[in-house]
Ligand binder design. Structure first.
Ligand SMILES: Cc1ncc(COP(=O)(O)O)c(C=O)c1O
Length: 361
């Protein structure tokens, strides 16, 4: 056996399973497996990306000031308390690296996003899971699971893959009840999809133990480019910047993200379409005997009778050229996560599921 051994925890990491993106031999695939924006990014972001191609020999800025200022302006936040990363995944990674290590615990919810566990293990910490209640974050269970070793508590609000969320009072109760030395991280990857919700900024600004992560991968349609950001107490930002690579984001990423966040008309259009097709698809599926919790995001967690039915429906959808996401790894084997696509994709998906259900009757 080799004397070269990885650090404790690393070999416990199971490789992240991304949503499938191709089907052999098919060119008409509808991809509803990764919660991407079906309309892609703002044309202004695409232009900014093209402009960056003229400067490929230049290193990008290290401080991301222009993007941080744009995010600050749009969201009414202090740019000095913003950090940008290679997707919010990188911010999650920084948080674990900076605040958790051997002997520490990182708490997340039962059906929480896979990267919390992966980043905790990568840092040598112990991931701890708190049960949800009917697929909703349960603050009581999270508080019960805290120990003096808890350093980070991740909740996605709205959560992936459940699409459910908790309200401001519950978030505040969680922040208030955490042990000293534990940081609450509100993962706002889908926060934009909730009307009137700022991702928890009020709570962050009134306390010193709350942080928020955000992304350009969902509403802004830039998943392929990998840009995310975080907002929180200045000390936390200063800490994370110490481990951030100075050139972690390219000019193409920075320019495209800035153009995207400033294009509010495009954002409004995408939000309106998502809201319209989400309601239509949820209702149509419920009418077929496939219920879902009210979605607060850009996807629906469709519930089937059991794992066998979910698996068979997934296979049927693939036959029809439609890719959705099985969520067995999230302990939801009887569910399929379906991204809200454009109207044609949603109609094609509902039609295929109707065919599947009809054939089983
Ligand atoms: C809840 C949640 N958080 C974070 C992410 C990571 O997003 P990204 O790294 O693309 O910003 C995702 C992506 O699926 C997500 O669903």
């Amino acid at each position: 056996m080799s004397a070269i051994e990885p650090q404790p925890g690393i070999m416990e990491i199971e490789l992240y399973q991304g949503g499938q993106s191709t089907l052999d031999g098919r060119t008409d695939v509808v991809k509803l497996s990764s919660n991407e924006n079906p309309f892609g990014p703002s044309p202004k972001a695409v232009e900014a990306f093209a402009r960056a191609s003229r400067q490929l020999h230049r290193y990008p800025p290290t401080d991301h000031a222009s993007l941080r200022n744009a995010i600050g302006e749009v969201h009414g936040l202090d740019p000095e308390r913003i950090i940008c990363g290679v997707g919010s995944d990188e911010i999650i990674h920084f948080l674990c690296q900076a605040y958790a290590g051997p002997g520490c615990e990182v708490l997340h919810t039962e059906h929480g996003f896979a990267m919390y566990r992966i980043s905790a293990l990568a840092a040598g910490a112990v991931p701890v899971e708190a049960k949800e209640t009917e697929r909703v974050t349960d603050v009581g269970n999270l508080l019960d699971a805290c120990t003096e070793r808890t350093r980070l508590v991740f909740i996605a609000n709205p959560n992936n893959p459940t699409a459910t969320m908790i309200g401001g009072n519950e978030m505040a109760r969680l922040a208030e009840g955490l042990p000293d030395g534990a940081l609450l991280v509100l993962d706002g990857a889908y926060a934009e999809y909730v009307e009137g919700y700022d991702g928890g900024v009020g709570l962050i600004d009134s306390r010193d133990n709350v942080f928020m992560t955000r992304t350009f991968s969902k509403l802004y349609g830039l998943g392929g480019l990998r840009i995310g950001w975080g907002y929180g107490p200045k000390e936390v930002i200063d800490t994370l910047n110490r481990i951030r690579g100075p050139f972690n984001l390219s000019q193409a990423q920075l320019g495209a993200a800035e153009a995207a966040v400033r294009d509010r008309d495009y954002v409004r259009h995408c939000l309106a379409e998502n809201k319209r097709m989400r309601a239509w698809m949820a209702e149509a599926l419920a009418g077929l005997g496939v219920p879902s919790d009210t979605s607060c995001a850009n996807f629906i967690l469709a519930r089937f009778h059991d794992a066998e039915e979910a698996e068979a429906c997934d296979a049927h959808l693939k036959e029809a050229g439609i890719l959705v996401r099985r969520v067995t790894g999230y302990k939801l084997p009887h569910c399929l996560r379906i991204t809200v696509g454009d109207e044609a994709s949603c109609r094609r998906t509902v039609h295929a599921i109707a065919g599947f259900k009809g054939a089983r009757e």
